[in-house]
Design a protein around this ligand. Structure first.
Ligand SMILES: [Ca+2]
Length: 177
C-alpha cells in the first residue's frame, strides 16, 4: 500500500473509531485509564482488518514526540496472538532510529524473538498506527491483540515501567465479520 492510500485508510479508520466505537464492522476498540506517569500512558487502542491487511492503532493521554522513542527502555509494542494459548506469538516493536520511527514485526521463539520484516508506521498527534499483511502472522478466524508501552519514571517504578492495554491478557478480534 502506498503512503497516500495508507494515510487515507488510517484517517478513515480512526475517524470511524472515534465517531462510532464498536459499531463499525471490522473495527474493535478499547479504552485504558490515565494510570501511568508517562506521555506514553495508553488511552485507547483499536484493531481493524481488511481482506488482506491488519491494522492496529493506539492513542496516548498525553502528547509526545516521535524522538522520545530513542530513549532507553522507551518503546511501543503491539502484540498479537494468532494461534490461541496464553502468550502472544508476534509483536511489532516501534522505536526511533536514524531520525525516524521504525516498526519491526518480530516472531516470538522459545529463547526470544526473530526479526521478520519492517512494517509501515504512522504517527499523527497522540495516535500511532501500524499495519501489515494478514498472512505475515498466519492469521485466520481471529486475532488477539494488545498494546504495551515501556518508559522510565524514577518515582513510579525502579527501572523499566509499563502500561498495557488491556491490563491483562489480550483483546479478541473476529476476522470473519
Ligand atoms: Ca493507561
Amino acid at each position: 500500500m502506498n503512503k497516500g492510500i495508507r494515510l487515507t485508510v488510517v484517517a478513515s479508520a480512526l475517524s470511524l473509531f472515534i465517531a462510532i466505537p464498536n459499531a463499525q464492522a471490522h473495527v474493535g476498540s478499547k479504552f485504558d485509564l490515565n494510570d501511568s506517569p508517562s506521555p506514553l500512558d495508553i488511552r485507547s487502542g483499536a484493531f481493524f482488518h481488511s481482506e488482506n491487511r491488519l491494522g492496529t492503532a493506539m492513542q496516548t493521554h498525553g502528547l509526545w514526540r516521535a524522538s522520545m522513542l530513542s530513549k532507553p527502555n522507551t518503546d511501543v509494542y503491539f502484540i498479537y496472538d494468532s494461534k490461541g494459548g496464553p502468550k502472544f506469538d508476534y509483536f511489532v516493536w516501534v522505536h526511533y532510529e536514524g531520525g525516524r520511527l521504525v516498526a519491526k514485526l518480530r516472531r516470538v521463539v522459545s529463547d526470544g524473538s526473530l526479526h521478520m520484516q519492517e512494517v509501515p508506521v504512522v504517527k499523527d498527534g497522540k495516535w500511532l498506527y501500524v499495519d501489515f499483511k494478514k498472512a505475515a502472522i498466519s492469521a485466520s478466524g481471529f486475532v488477539r491483540w494488545g498494546v504495551l508501552t515501556s518508559f522510565q519514571s524514577r518515582n513510579f517504578c525502579k527501572n523499566e515501567c509499563w502500561d498495557g492495554l488491556p491490563n491483562r491478557g489480550m483483546v479478541t478480534h473476529d476476522l470473519r465479520t
